[in-house]
Ligand binder design. Structure first.
Ligand SMILES: [Zn+2]
Ligand SMILES: [Zn+2]
Length: 144
């Protein structure tokens, strides 16, 4: 049994979640592929557990997000993407052309990172920040 699976089992237990083979496989898939969408996670898990369904993957992702083990991001125009890097308020750089997503640390180091000009007396706890641009390979293709 891999060291990672042991860590994932512990993660699930710490959050009061039952340890299932599908949950472990979802965490494993995210370990290998940060910012994967549900389809990609499904096809990865399906290779090991042929009895799983897309609905089961969606349900498990939802539970993992709800319990804070997995972070869900939704850049405009892309599917929801999932990752294991949680709790550090990091942001993302997204390629407008091919949709490649990379992590970039929080600009100021903590939530909400940006202060609005007018809060309307809201208690602001988060600013959703996505940096858009062209990734290196799309820059190259463009200049050809
Ligand atoms: Zn690109
Ligand atoms: Zn990320």
């Amino acid at each position: 049994m891999s060291h990672m699976i042991t860590a994932h089992k512990q993660m699930l237990k710490t959050h009061g979640l039952s340890v299932t083979s599908v949950r472990l496989a979802v965490l494993e898939a995210l370990e290998a592929h940060a910012h994967a969408d549900a389809d990609m996670i499904f096809s990865t898990v399906f290779e090991d557990i042929a009895t799983t369904s897309k609905q089961a993957i969606y349900n498990n992702l939802h539970t993992l997000v709800e319990h804070g083990l997995v972070r869900e991001i939704k850049p405009k125009g892309l599917s929801c993407l999932y990752e294991l890097r949680v709790g550090d308020n990091h942001h993302h750089v997204v390629c407008r052309s091919c949709g490649t997503v990379k992590d970039t640390d929080c600009v100021v180091g903590a939530k909400p990172c940006l202060t609005p000009v007018d809060t309307h007396n809201f208690l602001i706890d988060e600013a959703e920040i996505t940096f858009w641009g062209l990734c290196p390979s799309c820059q190259k293709n463009k200049s050809k």
